[in-house]
Write a protein that binds this ligand. Structure first.
Ligand code: SAM
Length: 292
């Protein structure tokens, strides 16, 4: 039985009366090299444990179970459980957990299932929850590495450098929390049903501490969001909302130029270090005004 063989996939799923759900982002891999390579590059060694999101039929789960000490696979769709009972029958170190990854306390799960172990996260993510799932995996603080397949354009956005057209608020969020890079591309014809876009596997390595020092993280991300919400506007015109309208345009211009930035610059040109400088200068100004 090949978990990536189209005939075998059809046979097993047909026998269990399973139908693919577009709403659940169910595009299963049909090329065995892909799950093998994801598992090989996810960083987990034989003493480590893995949390997988969305095992589907289990093609990646089997690969992970052969490389890691234990695997916990979170699957939302109950219809896949009888299928997984069959396909994972030979994998004694795998536990399939029914649930929604976005509603799961991932840190608690790792503590409970894998106490004292180094844990990695791995997934062929359902497209419809790419950003919240990545945020949940990073915010949990539970993983030594997060290796996930996402749409290629999302992968490029996440890893984009400052100033590029793909650079976004989400690039900054991810790069603040993790070192991010693309491992390899996966063409659309490696899936069933075939999606309309290509994919890429990215590796996020959570940082021990952020790459820039920020006095107030909430304000930092509020400024970033405000800047990218209106990315066609200059930074000065875009960021006022982040300060609850407390600063007028002249004051914002002064703040921006104080940070050695051009007053006509757009937010998409700023590096993480620029945003950190701006946040810290704003904190100082707000403190002198008694706002903080
Ligand atoms: N790992 C399999 C593979 O590579 O062939 C399946 C990947 S498929 C893109 C995504 C999987 O995530 C599906 O099995 C789907 O049912 C599951 N899923 C969708 N939403 C989920 C959620 N919120 N939490 C956990 N699993 C979810």
């Amino acid at each position: 039985m090949g978990l990536c063989d189209i005939q075998d996939i059809k046979e097993i799923l047909g026998r269990h009366g399973f139908r693919f759900s577009k709403a659940l982002g169910q595009n299963f891999l049909t090329e065995a090299w892909v799950p093998a390579r994801i598992a090989a590059e996810c960083g987990a060694g034989e003493d480590d444990c893995v949390v997988e999101v969305g095992p589907g039929m289990g093609c990646l789960t089997v690969e992970l179970s052969q490389r890691a000490a234990q695997v916990a696979a979170i699957e939302l769709d109950r219809a896949l459980f009888p299928v997984l009972d069959e396909t994972l029958a030979g994998c004694g170190n795998v536990e399939v957990i029914q649930g929604d990854v976005l509603k799961t306390d991932l840190a608690a799960l790792c503590r409970e299932k894998f106490p004292g172990k180094t844990v990695y996260a791995c997934a062929n993510l359902p497209y419809y929850i790419t950003s919240p799932a990545i945020s949940a995996l990073l915010d949990s603080g539970a993983f030594a590495g997060v290796t996930v397949m996402v749409q290629k354009e999302v992968a490029e956005r996440i890893c984009a450098p400052a100033g590029s057209s793909d650079y976004s608020a989400f690039s900054i969020y991810v790069q603040y929390h993790a070192d991010a890079h693309i491992l390899f591309d996966v063409p659309r014809d490696c899936f069933m049903p075939q999606p309309k876009v290509d994919s890429a596997v990215i590796r996020l390595t959570p940082r021990e501490k952020p790459p820039v020092e920020v006095e107030d993280e909430r304000l930092f991300f509020a400024i970033v969001r405000a800047a990218f919400n209106q990315r066609r506007k200059t930074l000065v015109n875009a960021i006022g909302t982040a300060f609850g309208g407390r600063f007028d345009k002249a004051q914002l211009t002064e703040l921006v130029t104080f940070c050695e930035l051009d007053e006509r610059v757009r937010g998409e040109r700023l590096s993480l270090a620029d945003y950190a400088r701006l946040t810290n200068a704003a904190c100082t100004l707000m403190r002198t005004r008694g706002y903080l």
